[in-house]
Design a protein around this ligand. Structure first.
Ligand code: ZN
Length: 502
């Protein structure tokens, strides 16, 4: 590392982020996120924990094969079989790192590992040395570092650096630290570990007390030069420190931090939306940096100030994090060319036949809705142009419901050149519709979660329905959009059937 003031961004959305209950993603989705992270400019992508499962192993392998700019990292306990698995999974990576960890706090030593301090040091050193023989770039993490006795922490850091660790990561595994104290811990490491200049100090903060980002930033001010974080702050329990907040704090307050990152901040919103889509975790409207309201001004006095001079109430510009044009973009008289150009400016590059399909859908939406915003376009494209082969397609849907009549839905689907029609009752129009789809597709889905959200503005906004459906032992998360929420519900469910079948 030549530049002393560069903060390395280590993204662990695909590993620690994915550990959030209900966030699991498949191999294809993880790869798409990895590409997006690479465009974002993250330095290191922690792609998984290869020894844990076949799925994790394969995901790390596919990320390793395709990502060329960023370093791809695999996690391993201080065990030979873990390190071997990480090495195997990372083989194809252009730049690779193995991240070895071992718990060091008293409670973890006594209760979990049942080993004394000397044994812990010996195990860690042995693991780092073993990994170092396979890969040059080794990171070591003393798990639960923030609750480890300081002297012991200094000792194990010194020994693992001697053994070859190039990065030493200080995790606040349980989100226990308070910012001042955590900053001092990093300062203490700098002052008390004799060979610390041979490694980069990294931090990995959890958000149990809502301090993940604050603690990471306190560490940076005290000399940490790698931050481990996740997109949208997803992760176990209350989550990890959020990438976008750390990056924008360092950038916006460079007067305080005197540091920089390699992040292309204009890509932030895109990657945030992608992670939200694949995990099914909606981003709260008031979420810093990426929430839909993060740059919206409602109060009259603020609006007035903004019109006169933006910086009166705005410390960052929405376009700096990738929020695109807020004005009217297209209407029903817009042509195919304008449509394609607009998609391009949103970073969506489609093949001609895909443009045709999406354009047709756009015309339908534009007919119903006078104004089509950028958010509408993104929703249309995501809905219409998918990687998943559609076995079942919605032809028509009629529903009946009211306060005094039993709900009923009639669904017509198209598959392999034929149309199929079915009517069904249910607890409500959505339930009736899903029962009819189950009967037609002969797939018995169990609806685990259903959420509805408006993705765009105005009374004629596009509604987006997200469903989480279980088919036998397969769980899929899909979405559907329409100006009609029942149609959006049907589409989301049909997308789930298609995804389960693909
Ligand atoms: Zn963690």
């Amino acid at each position: 590392m030549k530049d002393k003031n560069r903060v390395v961004i280590f993204d662990t959305t695909l590993r620690d982020g994915e550990q959030a209950p209900g966030a699991s993603m498949n191999e294809k989705e993880k790869l798409e996120i990895a590409f997006s992270l690479e465009r974002l400019g993250v330095d290191i992508i922690e792609a998984g924990f290869p020894v844990i499962s076949k799925g994790d192993f394969n995901s790390v392998t596919s990320v390793a094969r395709h990502i060329k700019k960023a370093t791809v990292c695999g996690l391993a306990r201080s065990l030979k079989k873990d390190i071997d698995a990480a090495f195997e999974a990372l083989k194809m990576a252009k730049h690779k790192r193995i991240h070895v960890f071992l718990a060091t706090s008293k409670i973890h030593r006594d209760a979990k590992l049942k080993k004394n301090k000397d044994e812990i040091v010996a195990l860690a050193v042995q693991a780092v040395k073993y990994a170092k023989k396979k890969v040059a770039d080794i990171e070591f993490s003393p798990e639960d570092a923030s609750r480890t006795e300081k002297d012991f922490l200094y000792r194990i850091i010194e020994e693992t650096i001697k053994a070859g660790a190039k990065t030493v990561n200080i995790p606040d595994t349980v989100g226990y630290a308070i910012s001042n104290e955590f900053g001092q811990l990093i300062q203490g490491i700098k002052n008390n570990v004799p060979n610390i200049d041979k490694a980069i100090i990294s931090v990995h903060c959890h958000n149990d007390l809502g301090l993940g980002v604050a603690n990471s930033l306190a560490a940076v001010r005290n000399g940490a030069r790698q931050v481990e974080c996740t997109v949208n702050g997803i992760g176990e329990r209350a989550g990890n420190a959020s990438m976008e907040e750390i990056v924008m704090a360092i950038k916006t307050r460079s007067d305080i931090f005197n540091c920089s990152t390699n992040i292309v901040t204009q890509e932030i919103v895109k990657v945030s939306r992608l992670v939200s889509k694949f995990t099914g975790f909606a981003v709260a409207p008031n979420k810093a940096i990426v929430g839909n309201n993060a740059f919206r001004h409602e109060a009259g006095i603020h609006q007035d100030g903004i019109i006169k001079e933006r910086t009166t109430y705005e410390i960052m510009r929405p376009e700096d994090v990738g929020f695109v044009g807020t004005g009217l973009v297209l209407g029903k008289h817009s042509g195919r060319h304008a449509f394609k150009v607009r998609l391009k400016s949103l970073g969506i590059d489609l093949k001609d036949d895909q443009v045709d399909k999406a354009f047709e859908r756009f015309k339908n939406v534009a007919d119903k809705k006078k104004e089509v915003f950028d958010e509408d376009l993104v929703a249309i494209v995501e809905d219409e142009v998918k990687l998943v082969q559609n076995i079942w397609n919605l032809v028509s849907l009629t529903t009946m419901s009211g306060t005094d009549i039993p709900p009923k839905a009639t669904v017509t689907l198209y598959s392999k050149g034929k149309k199929f029609k079915k009517s069904s009752g249910g607890d409500g129009p959505v339930d009736a519709c899903y029962k009819a789809i189950d009967a037609l597709t002969k797939m018995k889905g169990e609806l685990l979660d259903y959420a509805i959200q408006s993705v765009t503005r105005g009374k004629d906004a596009l509604g987006e329905v997200t469903v989480k459906v279980k088919f036998r032992d397969k769980i899929v998360i899909t979405r559907g959009t329409s100006t009609d929420i029942l149609e959006a519900s049907a589409k989301a469910y049909i997308n789930a059937v298609n995804k389960a079948l693909s």
